[in-house]
Ligand binder design. Structure first.
Ligand code: NAP
Length: 284
């Protein structure tokens, strides 16, 4: 039996990991919320790993508020970088495998074709920089790790673009959405399945991978598809804007190539529009 830790258990990805977990008794999985294990508390990490030995540590806990990170740099780095190091050190001592989730925002967005794992990073906001630092400290701490960079995550859980659009369209609000950035909306349920595939495959091809749904679009395209699939496109006031003012800069283009992980696992990442349609059909 493999023992697995999932941090940040109240987050959307952790809940999707729970939904996608294989049935049966091959795995003992501990889902820990911030209240159960605050990853900024090195003492708590030490005590917890003293009581439990994990084969895999999946770290979904993160400082994810991109806007707020600009004025809260210290906390963003504490959660997204220093805490990753503490967790990785504890995991390494037990010879476990660490799975870290990172982001397309490690790139500056100047490329015009999908980003590869070998492309140069150059974050343009604090969140992206803190997540990149987390990747670096993990790679310096241990060898048995997977870093999965993903993009524009949404799901049926929590605060995300899908739920915000559904809520605001139902409230009859005017939705003004930017066409300025191009990326790939990624269903967190698909990413969760990818994480389980890595574990079940027992692959030892550790390292850095990109995983997003396939295809690309703007936030405006994402909103349009949400409304189309929830049959609200005709009744909702949807407007395009070239520039939507924000504190944090965003990369103009942050499409990720999932080719490397598709080859590793022998599966194709689903098309973003199809995956979105499937999820909306299930929840609306
Ligand atoms: N969301 C996106 O668009 C996106 C895009 C690319 C990459 N990612 C990455 O994907 C991963 C999962 O993101 P998500 O969308 O699932 O984020 P999420 O829904 O915001 O969940 C993050 C969770 O981390 C928890 N957390 C924060 N600080 C913590 C701490 N000190 N100790 C323990 N738990 C803590 C939060 O707890 P509370 O609930 O108590 O606040 C929250 O439940 C993250 O690594 C994120 O950087 C996300």
């Amino acid at each position: 039996m493999k023992k697995i830790l999932v941090t940040g258990a109240k987050g959307q990805l952790a809940q999707c990991i729970k939904d996608a977990a294989p049935k049966g008794d091959n795995f003992e999985i501990h889902y820990l919320t911030r209240a159960n294990l605050d990853i900024t508390d090195a003492g708590a990490i030490g005590a917890h790993f003293g009581r439990n030995t994990y084969d895999y540590c999946i770290n979904t806990a993160a400082y994810t508020n991109v806007e707020q990170a600009e004025s809260d740099q210290e906390q963003a780095y504490l959660i997204n970088a220093s805490s990753v190091q503490h967790l990785a050190e504890a995991c390494k001592k037990q010879e476990g495998v660490f799975i870290q989730i990172s982001t397309d925002y490690v790139f500056d967005g100047t490329k015009k074709t999908p980003y590869l794992e070998t492309d140069k990073t150059n974050p343009i906001n604090v969140y992206g920089a803190s997540k990149l630092k987390g990747e670096e400290v993990l790679a310096q701490t241990m060898e048995r790790y997977f870093i999965l960079r993903t993009s524009w995550l949404y799901s049926q859980y929590g605060h995300n673009f899908l739920n915000t659009i559904l809520k605001n369209s139902a409230a009859g609000k005017l939705l003004t959405i930017t066409t300025e950035q191009i990326g790939t909306p990624t269903n967190a349920n698909d990413l969760a399945k990818c994480i389980w595939s890595i574990i079940i495959s027992k692959t030892k091809k550790y390292g850095l991978y990109h995983y997003s749904n396939s295809g690309e679009g703007t936030w405006y395209d994402f909103a349009s598809e949400i409304l189309k699939n929830s049959n609200q496109l005709q009744t909702t006031k949807l407007a395009k804007t070239k520039h939507y003012p924000t504190f944090a800069k965003r990369p103009a283009y942050s499409v990720l190539s999932s080719h490397k992980i598709e080859v590793l696992l022998g599966v194709k990442a689903p098309d973003w529009k199809e995956s979105l349609q499937q999820l909306i059909t299930n929840i609306v």
